[in-house]
Design a protein. Structure first.
Length: 73
């Protein structure tokens, strides 16, 4: 069983990225999350500060009604 099979809902990734705009920050973080093999991500927080932005993305491993790995089915 993979570790992500035990995640009940989502994985949050938070980081600070160098960027000029919130749109650029969002694009960078969604690209980062996809590169980690985590699909279905949404940006849930962006705060511009100095040379970039603090960004939190939530990648959904299991959404309501999905086939849950921890049930062994």
């Amino acid at each position: 069983m993979r570790a992500t099979d035990r995640v009940l809902d989502a994985i949050d990734v938070e980081t600070f990225v160098a960027c000029s705009t919130e749109q650029e920050a969002k694009r960078i973080v969604l690209e980062l999350v996809a590169g980690m093999g985590l699909g279905g991500a949404d940006v849930v927080f962006i705060e511009m500060a100095g040379p970039g932005a603090r960004v939190r993305a939530r990648a959904y491993v299991h959404r309501a009604g999905d086939r849950y790995g921890w049930l062994g089915r």
